[in-house]
Design a protein around this ligand. Structure first.
Ligand SMILES: [Zn+2]
Length: 321
């Protein structure tokens, strides 16, 4: 095979072309690399990393927050509080800054307490910012010191509880039909377990609540009245979904800790009822422990609340509202 002979000028041209290609490639490679780095430096991943957050934390921030919130975090020093709050089981995005504000003034509280208080509005004073409750939620309507019923509200399908199950004159104890039917199932199950439950208080009209509250207020002042009774419109008894229940022979003083009370705590949710004002939740419900006050919320909500040890107030904020 004859050797290919190139003229020196051709060789030179080829060499120059090769050099240009190599240098060009290096240039393009460097340019792309620098550009990519510059682009990366504009991302939240990079900026949050330089603040000291790890990849997993950044991933959660990006999942649970919006860009304006990430911008806010970039203006703050690194702090574990953000991830801790976001990671709470009942974190509500719209309340993010309210959690932070409440935490700033209550650093002795746990994250769960911070989120729980904000979710239930109890980071704010009682009766100051109040809203009419959404009665279309029916058995899931919330009535507490922040949500009220209009004076004109009356429950649908009110029925009289027979004296077999209720104290007082016939016709004095009423409740809505849904709650009554659920109560009968609860009553039958408790009776089979050997107990005899009695309803001590049930549906209360706005006028009745007003009379009760004003009596306390006029004799002992607003603070005392607020500590012992709901203001008119703010009583759950006006919903028609609440019942005060004792076992026959017991009173509000002796019911707690009785076998029938323990049975109710363990079983009421199966029939759609919850203990509305539990012992360890006074600050969240706004009410002292009431061993007798049960509220119908339906089996699904009652079972969740029972199994997860949260209040209806927080259940409402997270699942209903
Ligand atoms: Zn009650």
């Amino acid at each position: 095979m004859p050797k290919l002979k190139l003229k020196p000028i051709v060789k030179k041209i080829i060499a120059i072309i090769l050099v240009v290609i190599i240098l060009g490639s290096i240039g393009i490679y460097s340019y792309v690399k620098i550009k990519k780095q510059k682009e990366y430096e504009t991302t939240y991943d990079y900026k949050l990393t330089t603040l000291g957050y790890d990849d997993n934390t950044i991933k959660i921030f990006k999942e649970k927050l919006q860009n304006k919130d990430l911008d806010y975090l970039l203006k703050q020093e690194k702090n574990d509080i953000y991830l801790n709050i976001i990671s709470d089981k009942y974190f509500i995005y719209n309340d993010f800054y309210e959690y932070l504000d409440y935490y700033a003034e209550n650093q002795d509280k746990t994250i769960r307490e911070i989120v729980e208080r904000v979710n239930t509005n109890t980071d704010k004073p009682y009766y100051e910012e109040t809203n009419p409750t959404d009665t279309s939620k029916k058995e899931l309507m919330l009535v507490n010191k922040y949500y009220y019923l209009d004076s004109s509200y009356e429950p649908e399908n009110i029925v009289t509880i027979p004296q077999t199950y209720a104290y007082g004159d016939l016709g004095s104890q009423k409740v809505n039909e849904t709650t009554y039917n659920a109560f009968l199932n609860l009553w039958n199950a408790s009776h089979e377990a050997g107990f005899y439950l009695m309803v001590n208080s049930s549906y209360r009209t706005h006028e009745k609540q007003e009379a009760v509250y004003n009596e306390y207020k006029n004799s002992q002042g607003t603070n005392y009245a607020d500590s012992i009774a709901a203001r008119p419109g703010f009583s759950e008894h006006q919903t028609g979904y609440s019942l005060d229940i004792f076992e026959k022979g017991h009173s509000s003083k002796t019911f707690e800790g009785s076998e029938s009370y323990n049975w109710l705590i363990a079983n009421a949710h199966k029939y759609g009822f919850i203990l509305r004002y539990p012992k360890d939740k006074e600050e969240v419900t706004g009410y002292a422990f009431e061993s007798w006050h049960f509220r119908y919320v339906g089996v699904e909500a009652a079972t969740y609340i029972h199994d997860n040890n949260i209040t209806f107030d927080e259940y409402y904020a997270y699942f209903v509202k």
